[in-house]
Design a protein around this ligand. Structure first.
Ligand SMILES: [Zn+2]
Length: 303
């Protein structure tokens, strides 16, 4: 049994046909988890032959739109197609996630008219029943867990730890996530400047997925380097955390200019000796092969 990571979106807020907004799909042992859901993620998900209903949990690193703008369409399709069957989506994110969810799907939310029509109109009722729906149709109601210090989110055979990053406080809060499964460990570094909490969270992970928003060098504005990571920041974090593999994402269009990916690979390799993958949308990466010992279960917060 193996564990795979599929990069759905490896871009930034810059419009790009090549790179959708941040989003990553993790699959292991019949489970499918989604980390971030930036613009274009829903379309990329369909390109993998997966469906929103395959996904049980969505983890949001932060509420910049390039990481969450497709949350609306993702959840609406998931809810609509399920027709009342199956579990509600579990959503984990920083403070503000519950408010965003309510403002999207709540009674006074952005999609209130759509949801009212789909739950009450006779034609929608016919579609609902054709999809297997029975009884009163309920509105979408994702179950939101907002991160708090010390939270360990427990799945059935897996768990997720998080740590607050250094990004755009106090306006929004960014979380890095560490997913531990019997098949491997992957860390999503989120959007952040390098910091010791990320290095600690990523310690000995099989894969670190980290932002490579710019090319480190003297020309970088300190306001940028104080809130985001460049290629050498990612490589040094990977080295200090002793991860096995580094996956670079959140790639600005300049990264795709001639010669820049080569520079990224060469300079990052001087700082980190493990495999370095410059991300592309729809690339699937083996996190680790084979089954590991089961993770110990010291439950701080069970769901
Ligand atoms: Zn951000």
């Amino acid at each position: 049994m193996s564990m795979t990571l599929t990069l759905l979106g490896t871009g930034t807020p810059a419009p790009s046909a090549r790179r959708a907004g941040s989003s990553y799909l993790v699959r292991f042992d019949g489970r499918t988890l989604l980390f971030d859901c930036g613009p274009g993620a829903y379309s990329r998900l369909l390109q993998t032959q997966a469906l929103p209903g395959d996904i049980s949990h969505l983890f949001l690193t932060h509420l910049h739109y390039d990481h969450c703008a497709d949350y609306g369409v993702f959840e609406l399709v998931r809810w609509d197609q399920a027709a009342g069957n199956g579990a509600e989506l579990e959503v984990v994110g920083p403070g503000g996630t519950r408010q965003m969810t309510e403002r999207l799907f709540g009674a006074d939310g952005a999609f209130a008219a759509d949801i009212a029509a789909r739950t009450r109109h006779p034609a929608s009722r016919e579609i609902f029943e054709r999809r297997g729906g029975r009884g009163v149709r309920r509105a979408p109601a994702p179950r939101v867990t907002e991160w708090e210090d010390g939270l360990v989110y427990e799945g059935d055979t897996w768990r997720v730890r998080a740590a607050p990053m250094v990004h755009c406080e106090p306006y929004l809060h960014s979380l890095a996530y560490r997913l531990e499964t019997p098949f491997g460990t992957v860390v999503f570094g989120a959007d952040t400047a390098p910091n010791s909490r990320l290095t600690g969270l990523a310690r000995n992970a099989d894969v670190l997925v980290h932002m490579c928003h710019f090319l480190n060098g003297p020309g970088v504005d300190p306001r940028m380097s104080a809130s985001c990571s460049g290629h050498l920041d990612a490589a040094v974090t990977a080295r200090e955390a002793d991860v096995r593999k580094l996956v670079l994402v959140h790639l600005a269009p300049e990264m795709d200019a001639p010669g820049n990916q080569e520079r990224v690979r060469m300079e990052a390799a001087a700082a980190f000796s493990g495999p370095i993958i410059v991300g592309e949308d729809l690339l699937t990466i083996a996190v680790a092969d084979g089954k590991r010992p089961a993770i110990s279960r010291r439950t701080a917060h069970q769901r």
